[in-house]
Design a protein around this ligand. Structure first.
Ligand SMILES: C[S@@+](CC[C@H](N)C(=O)[O-])C[C@H]1O[C@@H](n2cnc3c(N)ncnc32)[C@H](O)[C@@H]1O
Length: 199
């Protein structure tokens, strides 16, 4: 039986027809207009839509997810997009080895699912993978988020996000706080959307 205690497969099914992340699209338009042959990491690739978006544009993508079913999905997408090159690793963030040197690290709604004890090491892997000029694109959850009492997840205050970005030039930053919903029902969202270039 497929191991999926967190119900991610339901999330992938519900999301696999959406457009790729608007935040990633915006970042690509800002940072690398019309460039090809670059390398990216997609952390917590989920249904693989953002990896697909990058592969379609000729990027080499290293996709990471703890769920084997997510990796199966992204590998199936890559078979239809031979203009890009995909490598994958099935791993928890907490056990992840070094990441390949990359000009982009994308982490769409995935880093908060790293255990707080593992987050500093994960963030160090991300900053280490990015050469100067490389760009981080992704989301963190804030300390007023409705899930912030879940001990296995990582939440940041604004000051903590700013401290994490000291080695970066911030290209776009939004703090969003609103009532909405998630796969688990109604939810108060407190989220940071980040596009930042490694100094
Ligand atoms: C909310 S989904 C986001 C998927 C995709 N990036 C997107 O934007 O739709 C979070 C993803 O992170 C993965 N994930 C959650 N916790 C993880 C962990 N500790 N290590 C690695 N991957 C994890 C899940 O399997 C899931 O695919």
């Amino acid at each position: 039986m497929m191991e999926d205690p967190d119900g991610w497969e339901r999330y992938y099914k519900r999301n696999d027809r959406r457009q790729g992340s608007p935040l990633l699209r915006r970042a690509l338009a800002m940072i690398v207009p019309d460039q090809h042959g670059q390398s990216a990491v997609d952390l917590g690739c989920g249904a693989g839509l953002e990896s697909g978006l990058l592969l379609e544009r000729g990027w080499s993508v290293h996709a990471v997810d703890k769920q084997r079913s997510a990796i199966d999905r992204v590998e199936a997408i890559a078979q239809r997009l031979p203009q890009g090159r995909l490598t994958t690793v099935t791993s928890h963030f907490e056990n992840l080895g070094p990441l390949p040197s990359s000009s982009l690290v994308f982490a769409g709604m995935s880093l908060p699912f790293c255990h707080p004890d593992g987050f500093p090491r994960l963030w160090a892997l991300i900053t280490h993978a990015l050469a100067p000029g490389g760009v981080f694109v992704g989301n963190l959850l804030g300390d007023r988020d409705g899930w912030s009492s879940i001990p296995s997840m990582t939440f940041h205050s604004l000051a903590q996000v700013e401290a994490s970005l000291l080695e970066f030039e911030v290209l776009s930053f939004a703090e969003i706080e609103e009532d909405g919903s998630s796969m688990r029902g109604p939810k108060h969202w407190h989220r940071f959307d980040i596009i930042a270039r490694r100094r």
